[in-house]
Write a protein that binds this ligand. Structure first.
Ligand code: LLP
Length: 388
């Protein structure tokens, strides 16, 4: 079905996901890291239909909130296939997660102390601050002195003594250096540093290296090479496992799994030839895809209605009342006309999941493009929903 037909049937703007590609990416990950736990970071996209495909392909879940844990359980992920890495969470949230049979990883010494008082004699995971960070933007670098996450390496002795005091078993270590990593060696370096710390924890059952595998958003960028990564990571992990045979290794990729599977289709609603820029206005905006406005991220945009039109530099913008509401600035595109459909690519991760109803504009519908055709997997929000 062509994008124009899909929009005629399901409306605009519209998120569309490619199920075959999603399955293919799950399989490529499993092939690259066959003997490790691959826990999809559902914050990237938590649509239940995608989660069902991902579960069917054999991945588990990385969750960050009680809401995510509840949805993962509802979709049928077994409790022991879900990891939970909460950040600054309440007692009630930790209790609710444990009640669902899911283990908790804590993020600070004070939280470990609180966990110990509430649940003495139990198991707990601990998040490390890996000292080094990486990522596509400052906002998504989660390691190093400027990041709010995890316990510093030099404070890990403190974690030991808090655990001892409350009879806790530190059963897992977790870290996440950041998001959008393209260099395999950066990730391997962070893993090596973590394994050195793990040597000091004799009761570990898991070591979790986090997510962050990047994708090539720009035309000249390649995805994080998971096959090459597996070639380096697997022997490193086997060497550690030779000493500690009971340890399982975990990874938490989000973006890599889903980003290229999703496209946001928007419709052109106006063309304004201004003094400096040609503004192509659309029926969407940063309320539906925040990444360009928040991080200056590149998403490839195609004019699918008029691919052969003469090319000119245009700024594709939205209908939100802010000047920062843009998808691209002065980019060469086949000149759009009102009514054209534009495809904004690689929108499967952190697209709908970060969407809002800012300006009281409803969030888009989502469609899964399956081998037997497209089907709606989330209804469009309505203005009635927002004014109820
Ligand atoms: N594990 C932990 C503990 C995380 O904090 C994250 C992402 C992931 C796994 C998954 O990272 P991924 O594999 O998707 O890179 N909104 C931003 C990304 C924020 C990521 C936050 N944490 C964006 O649109 O680029």
């Amino acid at each position: 079905m062509s994008p124009a037909d899909m929009i005629a049937r399901f409306g605009s703007p519209l998120y569309v996901y490619d199920e075959a590609l999603l399955r293919d990416r799950c399989r490529r990950l499993i092939n690259a890291l066959p003997s490790h736990a691959l826990l999809y970071a559902m914050k990237a996209n938590s649509n239940a239909a995608l989660l069902e495909v991902i579960r069917g392909e054999g991945l588990g879940i990385d969750a960050v909130s009680i809401g995510e844990v509840m949805l993962a359980r509802k979709v049928g992920f077994a409790a022991d296939r879900i990891s939970y890495n909460g950040n600054n969470v309440t007692d009630n949230e930790m209790r609710a997660v444990l009640d669902l049979g899911v283990g908790v990883t804590v993020d600070s010494l004070s939280q470990l102390e609180r966990y110990g008082r509430l649940f003495p004699g139990t198991d707990v995971g601990v998040r490390l601050n890996p000292d080094v960070g990486d990522g596509h933007h400052d906002h998504v670098i989660t390691g190093g002195p400027d990041a709010k996450f995890g316990i510093d390496h030099e404070d890990m002795e403190g974690a030991h003594s808090i655990a001892k005091h409350h009879g806790l078993t530190i059963c897992g270590l977790q870290q996440h250096i950041g998001s959008g990593i393209l260099d395999v060696n950066t990730f391997i370096g962070a893993m090596e540093a973590m394994l050195t710390v793990a040597d000091r924890f004799p009761e570990l059952r898991f070591v979790d290296f986090g997510g962050g595998f990047g994708i090539g958003y720009q035309p000249d960028e390649d995805d994080f090479d998971v096959a090459a990564f597996g070639v380096q990571a697997n022997p490193l992990l086997e060497r550690f496992r030779a000493k500690e045979p009971d340890v399982t290794f975990r990874f938490e990729p989000g973006r890599w799994v889903v980003a290229p599977c999703g496209t946001l289709y928007v419709t052109v609603t106006s063309i304004k030839r201004g003094k400096r820029h040609t503004f192509v206005g659309t029926d969407s905006g940063f309320n539906h895809l925040l990444r360009p406005a928040l991080y200056g991220s590149w998403h490839t945009i195609e004019n699918v209605s008029r691919p052969d039109a003469p090319v000119e530099p245009v700024s594709v913008v939205g209908n939100v009342c802010e000047s920062g509401d843009l998808f691209c600035r002065d980019r060469a595109l086949p000149t759009p006309e009102e009514g054209d459909v534009l495809a904004i690519r690689d929108a499967g991760a952190y697209g709908w999941s970060m969407a809002s109803c800012y300006n009281l504009r409803p969030r888009p519908a989502e469609v899964m493009l399956s081998p037997d055709g497209p089907r709606i997997i989330r209804e469009r929000e309505s203005t009635e929903d927002l004014t109820r």
